[in-house]
Design a protein around this ligand. Sequence first.
Ligand code: GLU
Length: 423
Amino acid sequence: MNPESTLIPAHENPFESMMSRFDVAAKILNLDQGLYNVLKSPAKQVIVNLPVSMDDGSIQIFEGIRVVHNINLGPAKGGIRYSLDVNLDEVKALAAWMTWKCAVSNIPFGGGKGGIKCDPRSMSAGELERLTRAYTRAMIDVFGPEKDIPAPDMGTGPREMAWIMDQYSRLVGYSSPSVVTGKPLVMGGSKGRVEATGRGVMVAARSAMLKMGLNPFKSTCAVQGFGNVGSISAKLMEQQGLKVLAISDITGGYYNADGINIKEALAYSAAHGNQLTGFTGAEPITNEALLELPVDVLIPAAMEDQITAHNAANIQAKLIVEGANGPIAASADQTLNDKGVMVVPDILANAGGVTVSYFEWVQNRMGYFWTEERVNRRADRNMKEAFEQVYQTSLHHGCSMRIAAYVVAIDKVAQVTQLRGGI
Ligand code: GLU
């Protein structure tokens, strides 16, 4: 076991959090024990040590991980995270979530995830480039347009994807844009990809609000996290007519009872090194207090385990839409269910990103690019259909949206595993 996983309390271990929900869904499905074992076990786990020469002339070793959880629906798909918190248990959970996310969204991909234990904010562009290229070289037998297709995640973006595409292409000897998604537009990225996750969160939130009879023009919202997902979710929720009372980033939370002007907050953050410190359009609150505000819609879009058994009882939102992966720990599920909070789970709510990654891969393979309007229309439709299927499944089994999403996903991957056979 990775020694780091012992630092995380057992009930908040992200892989166990994922498995406890998996277990409930597997029981509803009456899943065969053999298939259960297949679906819970990651297919491949690769851990590498990457030597990188730093700007000061020293050599540092970084740990890189790639987990391929399941490839029955198609090649593995999932982002790469640069963070000091990266550890094998976390990457395993994130890879499994990608399997369920793709299955629930009807995308022909399996699930994978990667990570490098590093602090990207303290590294120069040159150091990050050498690290990204070293990781790609180490994963040359893992990655491939038909095998495992990385994408951005926390701490990475189009710049890192460009390096991966270039390094992989150099090694195979030809240009291979479809090996990675989330690339810059000029080198084969898809229109709409940058906004896709936040846009999907907004569409999922609107679908849920429709079911709950919540009028967007009379509703309030709080968004935790102001990175790619949080900032765009906040912007689009505001555009839908909601008052965004609070936003936050690593510098803390910002609250305005009359609603924050998100355009101003975006401009402020962009002009201040992607940080909101000193933003005057709101008063400071803590990230914890933001979660407990009396808003209609709460969007946790920062990181894992923000809502746990410790604060679940204090949540006042009627609807939570998980922009991040795993922001609600399994220990909070029951309390939120008992309070009647509707939770649109991560594997459904933030699937807009991987959906447009799939469109990027399709466009790269066709060599023909779509308009932004076409990308958005298809992504929105996909999200609405996936939402409806999960909603109907939750009514059918009398279970939460989270468990229903797992039921839909596990059922599909189990069926395909059985049809493919060969075990
Ligand atoms: N990292 C994103 C996620 O967790 C996107 C993955 C992808 O586009 O492959 O869904």
